[in-house]
Ligand binder design. Structure first.
Ligand code: ASN
Ligand code: ZN
Ligand code: CA
Length: 333
């Protein structure tokens, strides 16, 4: 049977109507992205095991925007994976999670009312629940990029998922979850320094996490302290998320895409941001060439400074900003 790469249309839950790269196989279409390592999107149909069935159909239009149509969340997941692929390829020159041009796969509709999403190294795949009442699938751009980035971290620094390295692992997923969302430039799901603002995980419309002031979620920490390695990695990520916000945008108040941020520093000294485009280069270079499985906050400071020195020089404004941003979350001085 002959196959061809096609340009399909997705009517997503969170990102409006988007282009999807699909495959035509004879007279049917399926969610295989032949332009991105054959990344595929599968339907678990509320089951919790196996691969499920590859989304396929007689036309190349996917979903209707409502979560009750099982193709809608599939369109989000397929789109999020494509964006994340394109981001790593076009911004960082990396082809796929392992850098080998091979795609992963996504499974949507995991379980019933399942309020989470996760990456698994063993299947080299991402899995998404449908959320409370199966009405809020966890398939927004930032969540998709967050989960896919866990795969990237596993295949580069390998940051252990506990202690301070676990917090840095989680922060890496939030950082690139945010940068991919900005990269998408989608008018329905605009870029921000919030994580999970689309999926209503708290039931009151508030995001899951805030990078400008992580403590706004009631559990994450704004700054490093001795012992932060003992808390949940989704909370010990806070200082590193905060570091990335400070380095990108600077301390104080700022409105971006309609969201107002107010980012404090632990030392009370101001930080001048260098812009997200430079900050993401620094974090990626540190992640892929400096961090190891046991990197802690002090090591992340050293690693990002080394990366910054290589990219911009040690006498640069960028180098000073990295120093200031770490000082702003109580790491080094
Ligand atoms: N969604 C969570 C995460 O990516 C799942 C987990 O806790 N492993 O961190
Ligand atoms: Zn995570
Ligand atoms: Ca977001």
């Amino acid at each position: 049977e002959w196959e061809a790469i096609q340009n399909g249309t997705g009517h997503t839950v969170y990102s409006g109507t988007v282009d999807l790269t699909t495959t035509q196989s004879g007279s049917s279409y399926n969610l295989t992205d032949g332009a991105r390592g054959n990344h595929r999107t599968y339907n678990l149909n509320r089951g919790t095991s196996g691969t499920g069935t590859l989304f396929s159909g007689s036309d190349d239009v996917w979903g209707n925007g409502s979560p009750s149509n099982l193709e809608s969340a599939a369109a989000d997941a397929h789109y999020g994976a494509a964006l994340t692929w394109d981001y790593y390829k076009n911004v960082h020159g990396r082809s796929g999670i392992r850098g080998d041009g091979v795609g992963a796969y996504s499974r949507v509709h995991y379980g019933n009312n399942y309020v989470n999403a996760f990456w698994s190294d063993s299947c080299f795949c991402m899995t998404y629940g449908d959320g409370s009442g199966n009405a809020n699938p966890l398939t927004s751009i930032d969540v998709a990029a967050h989960e896919m980035t866990h795969g990237l971290t596993s295949n580069t620094a390998g940051l252990n998922y506990s202690g301070e390295s676990g917090g840095l692992n989680e922060a890496t997923s939030d950082i690139f979850g945010s940068t991919v969302e900005f990269y998408a430039n989608n008018s329905s799901d605009v870029g921000d320094y919030l994580i999970g603002e689309e999926i209503d995980i708290n039931g009151d419309g508030t995001p899951l996490r805030y990078m400008d002031r992580p403590s706004k979620d009631g559990a994450s920490k704004d700054s490093w302290y001795s012992g932060i390695g003992n808390i949940d990695v989704h909370y010990s990520s806070g200082p590193a998320n905060h570091f990335f916000y400070l380095l990108s945008e600077g301390s104080g108040t700022k409105t971006i895409n309609g969201v107002t941020y107010d980012s404090p520093t632990s030392d009370g000294l101001p930080v001048t941001g260098i812009g997200r485009a430079k900050a993401e280069k620094i974090w990626f270079r540190a992640l892929t060439t400096k961090f190891t499985s046991t990197t802690n906050y002090a090591g992340a400071r050293t690693g990002t400074l080394a990366a910054t020195g290589e990219l911009y020089g040690t006498d640069s404004a960028e180098y000073k900003a990295v120093q200031d941003a770490w000082a702003g979350i109580n790491v080094g001085s």
